[in-house]
Design a binder for this molecule. Structure first.
Ligand SMILES: C[S@@+](CC[C@H](N)C(=O)[O-])C[C@H]1O[C@@H](n2cnc3c(N)ncnc32)[C@H](O)[C@@H]1O
Length: 218
């Protein structure tokens, strides 16, 4: 395939967080709107159903709505969920709950999905998918659950639909290869088509780039 700006495996996007966070929250969980815009432009048409199982502060959903796509999502945290739903036209499309239960939430089949899951360092016990419940402690349990959630996503998505997974490796002592590990969990259910490195223009000195894995439902 010819490399173009559109399908290059190395792209540069502005690190600009356009929407202010809620008063009870910092910016640190959000990805920039430019990232969502890039992939929606590349992989979706107007009217497409766009899903984010870890909606967070709603970046995927807000940008989807602004671009004439139809947003759907799940968020476990009640405060975040209410803040996002309160600003969405399609506010009933964001459900509060555990992404693992998405098939029981009455969603229609999706054309596209994009997410950044909650991260976990491999030497920690606190599993963010269960709010730190000690019954579900540990990195292996976290990865197993992520694999299960990606399997549920596969069932929710249309044939040939694209799923973009944004992730970062966690540097430092006890390096965690999260991009590889989450990628392997998703590859149990989807075909991995591309890895795109995104360099941030104007980013923080300690956060210069990220990884986006592009999967397709076969
Ligand atoms: C990295 S953040 C997503 C940020 C989002 N991309 C944005 O730009 O705002 C991950 C989110 O997943 C949520 N979360 C954690 N466990 C969850 C679960 N089991 N089901 C659904 N959401 C969950 C967290 O509350 C957090 O808001």
């Amino acid at each position: 395939m010819k490399q173009t700006e559109e399908n290059s495996s190395f792209i540069t996007l502005p690190w600009k967080l356009e929407r202010a966070p809620p008063p009870f929250e910092g910016y640190d969980i959000k990805y920039p709107e430019s990232l969502v815009r890039h992939f929606l432009k590349r992989f979706t048409e107007s009217g497409a159903r766009v899903f984010d199982p870890f909606a967070g502060l709603g970046t995927t959903l807000f940008v989807a709505e602004e671009m004439g796509r139809v947003p759907y999502g799940v968020e476990h945290d009640g405060g975040r969920m209410e803040w996002v739903a309160g600003q969405l036209e399609h506010f009933t499309h964001l459900k509060r709950g555990d992404a693992a239960d998405m098939l029981a939430m009455g969603f229609p089949k999706m054309d596209f999905a994009m997410t950044s899951p909650p991260y976990m360092p491999k030497n920690h016990k606190w599993n963010p998918l269960y709010g730190g419940d000690p019954k579900h402690a540990g990195y292996d349990v976290y990865l197993d659950r992520m694999g299960f959630i990606f399997g549920q996503m596969k069932q929710l998505m249309k044939r040939h639909a694209v799923f973009v997974l944004q992730a970062d490796n966690l540097q430092g002592r006890g390096f965690t290869p999260l991009v590889r590990d989450l990628g392997l969990c998703a590859e149990r259910h989807f075909r991995l088509d591309e890895e795109i490195i995104v360099a941030w223009k104007g980013g923080r000195p300690d956060y210069r780039h990220t990884h986006c894995l592009v999967f397709r439902k076969a």
